[in-house]
Design a protein around this ligand. Structure first.
Ligand code: SF4
Length: 441
């Protein structure tokens, strides 16, 4: 039996696509092995979100070739889509596929094996508006599954390469999503994370008046309600949403579906309106804050997490102080911090007032200090609050951990029968970055 190994870089969507591609190989009789075990076929699913990611992809390709000199090497994904010539120039790559048609990967590999000729399947993203159905029916985790429901982005934030790597918005067929969720419910998975490149755009391209579109969901909230209606689904999360997607009506519908985890990941990127405009983000601080208040009216204990870029071109100390003041004002429960990374091919890469690396580093450190204080303050505010936790398998034989709905990690003494179950109780004291949990007796 031939063996296949995967090396995946990047986001939840890339992880999902690698799992789906691995399943396609399994269905064709391949045996999956670890990336350090030596394999007949080696697949690298690339990322290009920063130049660091690009470098890691090149390293991974060279290493795969060095460690598996006889292996057939397939390189796919975002880096291939935006820089095929660079990947091709590394040498020793047998299959090149971008971010479309990865459902053909096993055919491409077997074509190379049969003919000895390299296969390239690169699509011009401007010509494609369809969603590649690449589903999964098993999941690595026993508790939670990420479900890819949307592809592409047309926001064109000035620092971001993703629209050029992933192309136009495209929403997955609802029936395919629901069918996948039912398959995973049958495998005992309790929690579903709806994810995509710009998941808030789900259904948005279905504007044209047509019989098919008439039936199709036009908004993410319709899909959440459809997934929530499946028996056996116990909790639903959204990977990240765009502030403008939030409305009081949708928040009420999320609450009413009874299975929505009260955690909102709303990318902020900067707390300075001047910088938000230069980033081509589609909101200002006032709108962002308004959405936070709307969320808190319906979900008063919601976990609010975000992403912030520090050191964007033109960001002064005063702008950075605006960001510090704004994250305090919101009171985030967690902040992911990214020093600005110049991406060739994006508008911001041409901006003249680039910020020195030392200043970016200093700002990242200062924001990280603020982040810890805000996260601990949120955790302390939750002490004594009722919560439901989905406990995970985990390695530890004496303790077990899991997430509350509002995305706090808690820990308690291990009880085998409670693993992979939603357990009710109260949040206990904080110990460092972890919270204790007191289950209902
Ligand atoms: S919304 Fe902006 S940052 Fe996010 S993927 Fe689209 S272009 Fe990139």
């Amino acid at each position: 039996m031939k063996t296949v190994a995967f090396y995946t870089l990047g986001c939840k969507v890339n992880q999902y696509e690698s799992e789906a591609m691995e399943e396609a190989f399994l269905d064709r009789g391949y045996r999956p092995v670890g990336k350090d075990e030596g394999a007949d076929v080696f697949v690298i699913n690339t990322c290009t979100v920063t130049h660091v990611a690009d470098a890691k992809c090149r390293q991974a390709i060279r290493r795969a070739k060095r460690k598996n000199p006889h292996a057939l090497v397939a390189v796919v994904g975002c880096y291939v889509q935006v820089a095929p010539e660079t990947v091709r120039a590394i040498g020793g790559v047998d299959v090149l596929i971008g971010t479309k048609r990865r459902d053909r990967i096993v055919d491409a590999v077997e074509e190379v094996a049969a003919t000895g000729k390299k296969v390239e399947d690169l699509v011009d993203l401007n010509q494609v508006r369809t969603f590649d159905e690449l589903g999964i029916s098993t999941e690595l985790s026993t508790t939670r599954a990420a479900i890819k429901v949307q592809e592409g982005c047309e926001m064109y934030c000035s620092y971001c390469i993703i629209p050029y790597a992933r192309g136009h918005m495209a929403s997955r067929d609802q029936d395919a999503i629901l069918e996948e969720v039912r398959r995973l419910v049958a495998k005992g998975i309790k929690e579903y994370v709806l994810t995509g490149i710009h998941v808030a755009s789900y259904g948005k391209e279905r504007t044209a008046e047509s019989p098919e579109n008439a039936e199709r969901p036009k908004d993410l909230i319709d899909l959440v309600e459809a997934v929530a209606a499946i028996p056996g689904v116990e909790r639903i999360r959204l990977s990240s949403i765009e502030p403008r997607w939030v409305t009081p009506e949708k928040l009420q519908r999320l609450k009413a579906c009874g299975k929505f985890a009260d955690h909102f990941h709303l990318s902020l990127q900067s707390g300075s309106d001047k910088i938000l405009e230069a980033m081509n983000r589609k909101y200002d601080k006032a709108l962002y804050l308004e959405k936070i208040e709307e969320i808190r009216r319906v979900f008063p204990r919601a976990g609010l997490t975000t992403d912030v870029i520090v050191g964007f071109p033109g960001e002064t100390e005063e702008d950075f102080q605006d960001t510090l003041a704004f994250v305090d004002e919101v009171g985030f429960s967690k902040i992911h911090i990214f020093p600005y990374s110049k991406r060739e091919g994006t508008p911001a890469a041409l901006f003249t007032d680039q910020v020195p690396a030392s200043v970016k580093k200093d700002r990242a450190v200062r924001l990280a200090e603020r982040e810890i204080a805000l996260r601990h303050a949120f955790m302390d505010r939750m002490e004594g609050e009722e919560a439901q936790v989905l406990f995970e398998e985990g390695e530890d034989e004496t303790m077990m951990e899991g997430y509350t709905g509002n995305y706090l990690r808690v820990r308690m003494e291990r009880k085998e029968t409670w693993v992979n179950r939603l357990i009710s109780g109260r949040i206990g004291k904080r110990e460092g970055d972890l919270l204790h949990f007191e289950p209902e007796q």
